[in-house]
Design a protein around this ligand. Structure first.
Ligand SMILES: *Cc1c(COP(=O)(O)O)cnc(C)c1O
Length: 468
């Protein structure tokens, strides 16, 4: 069934929309009008699937909640004035909190001066950020390519590895089951989830997936490949799998993968798009394991929750494949002044406020509390996992996970499932979350679990939607 197109002209549409942007507060009538328009525009012009999805995850709660503003470093409010404690952190983008004042001030100054670059002269903030990242990242990582997302950071890493290894006759990639590296055709080849991959087959050739955390399985796959002449170009991993359900590997795993790469001449690509920037209690998760990659992918929290930015940081040996022709891989907006400024201010805040240490401390408190709940509700919870403030509760059934997230949503706490593992509900608040707020999460989680224990199975009728 095709829907009537809007009767407004494009000019009228844009004028009406801009009125909302300039409003600070909403009357009750405005709230109703705005909510209705947002819902119908999602239905008719964005994608009606999002509305069914929200209906399923909020189950009778306010599926049409429309967000309005960040109300504090760790909270946001919807158009109806309901406040949410953000335990999702925008899937890991708000490490320094919402509207961090240092990041905002820096970006506002750059905005007033020059938002985007000429693309011809040398742009100063890109140069400053590249040097800062060289100083911040482990080992001999030195040169940075900037883009606008995690997917693009991975895409650049794969292309760098290809360009470096092609003359060496190595074309094969090893990734892991449960991995999430993005959804562009290249990055998707490394991502492991069937539902995201199958409609787009065939993807890039030469990708093999082995069980995450199992070094013997990886060695076997590598040996099989090498035996038939498929030299390994690179192994790509998340140090801790995020969308796979927050999977922390055994302590020896990452060092063993590094040793394997060195032994066979493969590059190690670490995708720290979600685990980087202090999230797990160190600036980068690989620092827990004393491992240095040849290529490091960053994004999400790098822009401080203010600007989108991705970075692919590599050693000089690897990055030098782009020296002869720097135009071999480029993007118009990548490394723009606003994004680089945001990243510089974000790094400054992470360091001056020791937010990685905070993530370790608050993370341990929250994890202990959740593990206590797991022992109290073994019939609902399989396990609680995590490191720092990247945590997940694995439920026995998808439906219990949805019901849990949905009940917390009603109580004003935002959490959500992980993309590759619907049974696991993630908890990844801003690293600025306070001790009291963590205590509040534990209290509410306990009450929700108590309620779910008493619920009849068919009270929990939530269909699995796109994330399943
Ligand atoms: C989110 C994520 C990506 C993709 O980043 P986008 O900014 O969504 O493109 C890639 N890798 C990992 C580990 C991620 O968590």
């Amino acid at each position: 069934m095709s829907r009537l197109r809007t009767t407004l002209t494009p000019l009228e549409c844009s004028q009406r929309a801009l009125q909302w942007v300039h409003k600070e507060t909403l009357t009750q009538e405005e709230t109703i009008a705005l909510n209705q328009e947002v819902l119908s525009n999602f239905r008719d012009y964005v994608n009606p699937g999002f509305l069914s999805y929200r209906k399923s995850v909020t189950s009778g709660g306010d599926f049409g909640a429309v967000e309005w503003r960040a109300s504090g470093p760790n909270t946001l409010v919807d158009t109806q004035g309901k406040e949410y404690l953000d335990c999702l952190g925008g899937y890991g983008i708000f490490n320094v909190g919402h509207r961090n004042p240092t990041v905002l001030a820096a970006v506002e100054s750059q905005l007033a001066k020059q938002p985007l670059h000429s693309q011809e002269l040398l742009d100063p903030m890109r140069a400053m950020l590249a040097k800062t990242l060289a100083a911040l990242t482990p080992g001999s990582l030195q040169y940075s390519f900037f883009s606008n997302s995690g997917t693009e950071a991975v895409e650049a890493a794969l292309k760098l590895a290809k360009a470096y290894q092609a003359p060496r006759g190595r074309f094969t990639f090893i990734a892991t089951s449960g991995a999430f590296h993005g959804k562009s055709l290249g990055a998707l080849s490394a991502t492991a989830k069937q539902a995201f991959r199958q409609p787009f087959m065939p993807l890039l050739p030469g990708f093999h997936h082995v069980p995450f955390g199992d070094i013997e399985a990886m060695k076997q796959q590598v040996a099989l490949c090498e035996k038939r002449g498929d030299g390994i170009a690179a192994i790509i991993l998340e140090p801790i799998q995020g969308e796979g359900g927050v999977i922390v590997p055994p302590a020896h795993y990452l060092p063993a993968v590094r040793a394997l790469c060195d032994e066979i001449g493969a590059l190690l690509i670490l995708d720290e798009v979600q685990t980087g920037m202090g999230r797990t209690g160190k600036m980068f998760a690989c620092e827990h394991y004393g491992v240095q990659p040849d290529i490091l992918c960053l994004a999400k929290a790098l822009g401080g929750g203010v600007m989108p930015i991705g970075a692919t940081v590599a050693t000089e040996a690897v990055f030098s494949v782009l020296f002869d022709n720097p135009f071999l891989h480029t993007t118009t907006f990548g490394g723009n002044p606003l994004a680089c400024t945001a990243a510089l201010a974000t790094i400054n805040v992470l360091l001056t406020q020791n937010l990685a240490d905070r993530a370790a401390q608050q993370g341990a408190f929250l994890l202990d509390g959740l593990r206590q709940l797991a022992t109290e509700y073994p019939e609902l919870i399989v396990e609680v996992r995590g490191l720092g403030l990247l945590q997940a509760i694995e439920f026995r059934e998808n439906e219990i996970g949805y019901a849990f997230a949905s009940e917390l949503f009603k109580r004003g706490i935002l959490v959500a499932g992980t993309l590759n593992n619907a049974k696991s509900v993630r908890i990844a608040p801003p690293l600025t979350i306070t001790h009291n707020q963590c205590a509040q999460v534990l209290l509410q989680a306990g009450e929700v679990l108590k309620k779910l224990r008493g619920a009849q199975p068919n009270d929990i009728q939530l269909k699995e939607y796109a994330v399943g």
